[in-house]
Design a protein around this ligand. Structure first.
Ligand SMILES: NC(=O)C1=CN([C@@H]2O[C@H](COP(=O)(O)OP(=O)(O)OC[C@H]3O[C@@H](n4cnc5c(N)ncnc54)[C@H](O)[C@@H]3O)[C@@H](O)[C@H]2O)C=CC1
Ligand SMILES: CC(C)CC(=O)C(=O)O
Ligand SMILES: [Mg+2]
Length: 370
């Protein structure tokens, strides 16, 4: 298979973790006889530094001319610590999501036996934890009108959702639930927010088309607690943009580290794959970041190409590194391996066709079909 992949490393640890994913994709291409052509593009602070624009037109063109996008992360303290900055790295990512109409961000939450000691939860509570967050990605408060009054004393962020925006991701989430344990939980704040009441109405109406899927509704404050107290109750979690952003970082604690979680953003054009974490600037250039969230995002990209066996080979190689203690500093502060070393180990495992060595984590041994 010949595929064109746009690669946007971004800022901070973005380039370091993305390099490992490209290495892993190269190992997949070599072992399975594919050709992946990478087209590099800039976004975020690095793009502002080079062009003055966090999302240059050339980057959008590169994405639109590719079969998939592999993205690292954006963000830089020089903008985070300057609230007055008018051009910001995040604007690049938000605009790319909007321009490419990537309205559904799919964030699987897996747990790993080898990492159970990392979780504040007891092993018993982690049993059967396997859920997927469907986060709406191109609407809501992140995209609403933003205003700071001229005298600087009042600020406004508007939150808007249309029926159409809610319907399109809700349909995807229901279809996904049908392929899983057939349960969908809408996380909202419908006791307070008008937008949340619209989400409930749309989900209630559409649920009639999916009679095999059971639906429940949970306020986001309760959901934040339930994710810790009883995470095994969730199958597909559907939620709006900001709530999904927040609860998915929270849910990463169940897995063991924010550095482990992958995601796929899909919509009406080319799909984008990125770890859920940010640019972790404190670790930039130190070769200590966990690359597995990015590498597992590359596995989701392979799923998207219909390359399930290849995606599985990546997941099994990841599982093998975890089982053998080849982990980064976030997992083991004492005995740890560098970002580069972990990327090498995963790629080498794929290259040597060692899949049969592993197969313990049942939730890993499945493709996330998207
Ligand atoms: N999709 C994106 O590009 C995102 C960008 N950001 C941006 O990233 C910058 C930093 O934001 P933060 O709130 O600090 O979030 P962050 O996700 O970059 O880091 C939060 C904490 O998570 C841990 N962590 C994150 N990624 C890790 C990895 N690969 N390996 C090991 N540990 C990891 C670290 O302890 C870190 O201090 C900001 O500029 C923010 O706007 C934040 C989230 C997503
Ligand atoms: C620009 C932010 C919305 C990025 C973020 O936190 C995320 O996508 O998870
Ligand atoms: Mg986030």
């Amino acid at each position: 298979m010949n595929k064109k992949i746009a690669v946007i490393p971004g800022d901070g640890i973005g380039p370091e973790v993305t390099n490992q994913s490209v290495k892993v994709l190269d190992a997949v291409a070599k072992r399975f006889g594919h050709q992946f052509d990478y087209r590099y593009a800039v976004m975020g602070a690095v793009a502002i530094d080079q062009t003055g624009n966090p999302l240059p037109d050339a980057t959008v063109d590169t994405c639109l001319q590719s079969d998939a996008i592999l993205f690292g992360a954006i963000g830089d303290p020089k903008y985070d610590n300057n609230p007055a900055a008018s051009v910001r790295p995040e604007q690049g990512l938000l605009k790319l999501r909007k321009v490419l109409q990537l309205f559904a961000n799919i964030r699987p939450i897996d747990t790993y036996k080898a990492l159970q000691h990392m979780s504040p939860l007891k092993a018993k509570q982690l049993e059967n934890v396997d859920f997927v967050i469907f986060r709406e990605l191109t609407g809501g408060i992140y995209f609403g009108k933003k205003e700071l009054q001229a005298d600087g004393t009042v600020a406004v962020d508007e939150c808007t959702y249309s029926v159409e925006e809610i319907e399109r991701i809700t349909k995807l989430a229901f279809e996904y639930a049908q392929k899983r344990r057939k349960k969908l939980t809408l996380v909202d704040k419908a006791n307070v927010l008008e937008t949340s009441r619209l989400w409930r109405k749309v989900v209630q109406q559409l649920s009639a088309n999916y009679p095999d899927v059971s639906v429940d509704y949970m306020f986001v404050d309760n959901a934040a607690m339930q994710i810790i107290l009883n995470p095994a109750q969730f199958d597909v979690v559907l939620t709006e943009n900001m709530f999904g952003d927040i609860i998915s970082d929270e849910a990463s604690v169940l897995s063991g580290s924010l550095g482990l979680l992958p995601s796929a953003s899909i919509g009406n054009t080319v799909a984008l794959f990125e770890p859920i974490h940010g640019s972790y600037p404190q670790a930039a250039g130190k070769d200590i970041a966990n690359p597995l969230g990015s590498i597992l995002s590359a596995a989701m990209l392979l799923d998207h190409f219909g390359l399930q066996q290849e995606a599985m080979a990546v997941r099994k190689a990841v599982e093998w590194t975890l089982l053998n203690g080849f982990v980064s500093k976030d997992i083991d502060p004492v005995n740890n391996y560098s970002t580069t070393a972990i990327g090498d180990l995963v790629a080498d495992h794929i290259d040597r066709n060692k899949d049969s060595d592993v197969g313990v984590n049942t939730s890993l041994n499945k493709s996330t079909i998207i």
